[in-house]
Design a binder for this molecule. Structure first.
Ligand SMILES: Cc1cc2nc3c(=O)[nH]c(=O)nc-3n(C[C@H](O)[C@H](O)[C@H](O)COP(=O)(O)OP(=O)(O)OC[C@H]3O[C@@H](n4cnc5c(N)ncnc54)[C@H](O)[C@@H]3O)c2cc1C
Length: 460
């Protein structure tokens, strides 16, 4: 989308005059958070500009197309309860979407079991199911423990040893790219369902009758999740793409882009928090040290086009065992038939290794794994595969994380810099959270501008 000068100041004219253009609110990053902030600011009548590094808006929420196959950046499924936020999101998607009941499973010990593992032991080899069940009961009747110091202790306390060792530790180590004792349990309350003893007993004998977890239903647009971000971008009218932020001059309150300086009253930043601190010339040494302690992991995954349909009906499958090079596989064509040509299917395969994949040597092992799981019948079912990188993918909630964030935030707030979204807020959060975070940032920006106008008489 090209740069444009809607009602506000014209960057081209300002640049030609050698000065900085001015805007009440500058937004950096046109993922869902940044675009949602822009949408709500526009609704409030507050001029803003949105700057995006990439040639297209959307951040992680984009769909690419190749030879009739559509691929998102791995599974991006929208979980939104009813209400005005959902109505807005659906208005951006347009009429072509469906609400779908989750069909997900775990592949381990050569069998499929229902998700979540901890509540559905039925179908596992009896010795494994027994070990997991016994461990859960032991943990359930154990006397109260001290609060868990890390994610592994959290799992042992809530699920017992069998479930922890058979699923929680191996799967999460592969997902996050770090060991479970390195991570606190801060992130998991919402994302890791803790079943009751009744749920576990019912699930162990195949009698589970309720779906657990936040993602039992999801919304999916017919032509991929990119419909959400492209619809939102269209509603905005103006997103300035291919505009990477180079520097923040805190004395002048200016953003430096190639060929333009932009003066702002309030900055809404959705780029990763450590990068924001790097670009901000006013960051003190303690703030820089705190930012350097923040860790995130990237992810490699494969877009896989099949010549055939997918051999199992699941939307996505968790694969905890380290003998496979991947830990999660999903089938786009089960989300929507329009994601692949008729009679074929498209998959995403999330790779556990953080090294850049050598596709030629990796693909046979991936294909063999998919064959074992019954997703394809033979290696030749793969028409083409592309290796992709998501960076950052996961914020690491290690023991330094909370303290580091707490020591950065007050300095940003004092500068009227709102750092928000999944990576700006340094969080493990969803698309719905990103939309809400953008809305909240817009409200905060409006409040700050009210204050600025009171003081200066002119917010712009
Ligand atoms: C593997 C994976 C699976 C996921 N699955 C789901 C799911 O099923 N359901 C769900 O709800 N959520 C899911 N999410 C989460 C979802 O992707 C995020 O919550 C959401 O996309 C975050 O949006 P954001 O705008 O905060 O960040 P981003 O999408 O990262 O947007 C930030 C933007 O800033 C831009 N930027 C960075 N640096 C600069 C710079 N210097 N100058 C200008 N622009 C810059 C980036 O290019 C990007 O466009 C998943 C995430 C991952 C990693």
């Amino acid at each position: 989308m090209p740069a444009s000068c809607p009602d506000g100041p014209c960057p081209a004219k300002a640049a030609a005059a050698g000065g900085a253009s001015r805007i009440p609110v500058a937004i950096v990053g046109a993922g869902l958070t940044g675009m949602s902030a822009a949408f709500h600011l526009a609704r409030a009548g507050i001029p803003c500009r949105v700057f995006e590094r990439e040639p297209q808006p959307g951040g992680h929420v984009v769909t690419v197309e190749e030879r009739g196959y559509r691929f998102d950046r791995t599974g991006h499924l929208l979980h939104m309860p009813g209400g005005p936020e959902r109505d807005l999101a659906l208005s951006w998607i347009g009429p072509s979407w469906r609400e779908i009941e989750r069909r997900s499973a775990i592949w381990s010990h050569g069998v499929y079991t229902r998700y979540p593992f901890q509540a559905n032991l039925f179908g596992l080899p009896p010795a494994v199911a027994y070990e997991c069940l016994q461990g859960f009961v032991d943990a359930h009747v154990a006397p109260p423990q001290a609060p868990a110091r890390n994610f592994e202790e959290f799992c042992l306390a809530h699920f017992g040893r069998g479930i922890t060792e058979r699923f929680m530790v191996p799967y999460n180590t592969r997902l996050w790219g770090v060991g479970p004792t390195e991570m606190t349990a801060d992130w998991c309350a919402r994302f890791v369902p803790v079943p009751t003893l009744g749920d576990v007993l019912a699930g162990a004998v195949g009698f589970a009758n309720r779906e657990l977890g936040y993602n039992a239903r999801f919304i999916y647009p017919e032509r991929g999740i990119g419909q959400l971000s492209s619809g939102l971008a269209a509603a905005l009218g103006s997103v300035e793409c291919s505009r990477p932020l180079r520097r923040i001059d805190s004395a002048a309150r200016e953003l430096a882009f190639d060929g333009e300086r932009v003066r702002f009253e309030v900055l809404v930043s959705t780029i990763p928090l450590p990068r924001l601190v790097e670009l901000w010339d006013g960051a003190s040494a303690p703030v820089r040290r705190a930012a350097a302690r923040l860790r995130a992991t990237h992810l490699y995954y494969l877009d896989v086009a099949l010549r055939t349909p997918c051999g199992r009906p699941y939307h996505w499958i968790y694969v905890p065992e380290p003998r496979y090079p991947f830990h999660r596989v999903g089938c786009y064509s089960h989300f929507s038939a329009q994601m692949a040509p008729p009679g074929t299917a498209g998959l995403y395969v999330e790779l556990s290794d953080r090294q850049e994949p050598d596709l030629a040597s990796l693909l046979p092992a991936v294909a063999d794994g998919l064959c074992e799981m019954g997703l394809i019948a033979r290696r030749e079912a793969i028409l083409f595969a592309r290796a992709r990188r998501l960076d950052p993918a996961y914020v690491v909630f290690d023991h330094a994380c909370r303290g580091a964030i707490d020591s950065i935030r007050p300095f940003l707030a004092a500068q009227r810099i709102l750092s928000c979204g999944r990576y700006g807020g340094w969080d493990y959060s969803s698309m719905a959270d990103a939309l809400a975070s953008g809305r909240e940032a817009a409200a905060q920006a409006a409040a700050l501008l009210g204050g600025a106008q009171d003081q200066d008489g002119d917010a712009t």
